[in-house]
Design a protein around this ligand. Structure first.
Ligand code: NAG
Ligand code: NAG
Ligand code: NAG
Length: 347
């Protein structure tokens, strides 16, 4: 009888060993576990979704940017590298759908636009090849529909439009768009275009004063008509009136260590979510009420692992899910609002 129990105990241990071995040798599980432990913050408003994506082996390059089309439930990832697909498409629940290569050189920023008439994907390209220095519009399956700028040639022109390392853009549902040009290069400017690509206003040149920029890296628009620009090299966010381009103010106090590299609002408008690249940190800053800019106040942070390097991020307008393109970790991770988000008065 004693012998029987010894055997049963052995069998149980052996099975447990097998299961553990299988779990830990799955690199996705290991990697997610490592980043989750390192990335934990006290009272974090967001928590890592370890199930996204289902299979991370699709990240074969350096993942620079991410855009969520929350109406279709799709996530678009721009990656760079030799012999890798430049755009990867996943579902919001983590399944890989498709990829495309053609007409993309070096993606920098990406935006999922939803206007009354259509869904589209816009990519800013900072490559020096035949598709570089342009901003391109694709339909959701990757057909090229529109090219702004002079392909393969950097410049400062406005008619025709030219860019030098265009960093990112934001497209409103009216089709009006805001472009930050760029990620270094000749131009340090914010341009508003109408839906038929006429220049409505333009702010900026290289410099440190009001409405001047040093690497304007990311741009977003809030619900009350203000444009927020991550002026990375000047370690500040500058805010403009979206109709007139008038300078409304700036935030500096949160960025003494490093400038912001990405800006997006949560769909309830409560927080501005900001990436700091080299600090591998994501800040949740209280969004100011209409009519006042006030100063920057950090409510919560996600400290990612050393060298994860969050470059650009996007937030689902439906669920509030946050996707972060990490150029150091070479992956995109998804975070979802946690219980403390809702107890902190989010909705
Ligand atoms: C992109 O290019 C790589 C390398 O040439 C190739 O393996 C891959 O199948 C291509 N992907 C697409 C979507 O065309
Ligand atoms: C822009 O100005 C900054 C200092 O304000 C300087 O470091 C940088 O080299 C300038 N860039 C260009 C393109 O002139
Ligand atoms: C991050 O560090 C790299 C390497 O030191 C540097 O080239 C880059 O300018 C830094 N970026 C920011 C946003 O500080």
């Amino acid at each position: 009888m004693a012998r029987f129990w010894v055997c049963v105990t052995c069998a149980v241990f052996f099975l447990a060993f097998l299961v553990l071995h299988w779990r830990l040798c799955d690199s996705t599980v290991l990697r997610n576990f490592a980043f989750q432990v390192i990335g934990r913050a006290e009272q974090s408003l967001y928590q890592l979704d370890v199930d996204w994506p289902k299979h991370s082996e699709y990240f074969t390059g350096t993942t620079f940017c991410i855009a969520v089309d929350s109406l279709s439930g799709l996530v678009y990832v721009g990656q760079r590298g030799n012999d890798v697909p430049k755009v990867l498409v996943f579902t919001e629940n983590g399944y890989f759908l498709r990829a495309w290569n053609y007409t993309v050189d070096m993606p920098h920023g990406i935006f999922a636009a939803s206007t009354l008439h259509e869904q589209s994907i816009w990519i800013t390209d900072v490559g020096s090849g035949p598709y570089g220095h342009t901003i391109k519009k694709y339909n959701p399956v990757g057909d090229l529909i529109q090219v702004l700028g002079t392909p393969g040639k950097k410049g400062t022109g406005l008619n025709p439009l030219q860019f030098d390392n265009p960093a990112e853009l934001y497209v409103e549902d009216t089709g009006d768009m805001y472009i930050v040009d760029g990620d270094g290069g000749l131009n340090n400017r914010l341009i508003k275009l109408s839906q038929d690509f006429m220049v409505l206003w333009l702010r900026g040149e290289n410099g440190t004063g009001h409405a001047r920029f040093n690497i304007p890296h990311s741009v977003t628009v809030d619900a009350v008509g203000r444009v927020w620009v991550a002026d990375r090299g000047n370690k500040r966010i500058q805010i403009f009136d979206k109709d007139t381009g008038e300078w409304l103010g700036e935030w500096k106090s949160c960025f003494t260590e490093e400038g912001p590299s990405s800006v997006r609002f949560t769909p309830d408008g409560k927080y501005l979510v900001i990436a700091q690249l080299n600090l591998s940190r994501v800040l949740f800053v209280a969004a100011p009420p209409p009519g006042s800019i006030g100063s920057c106040s950090v409510i919560s942070t996600i400290q990612l692992g050393d060298q994860v390097l969050p470059h650009l991020l996007d937030i689902s307008g439906k669920t509030g899910a946050l996707y972060i393109a990490e150029i150091g970790a070479k992956q995109v991770q998804k975070y979802v609002p946690s219980l403390s988000y809702f107890s902190a008065g989010g909705s």
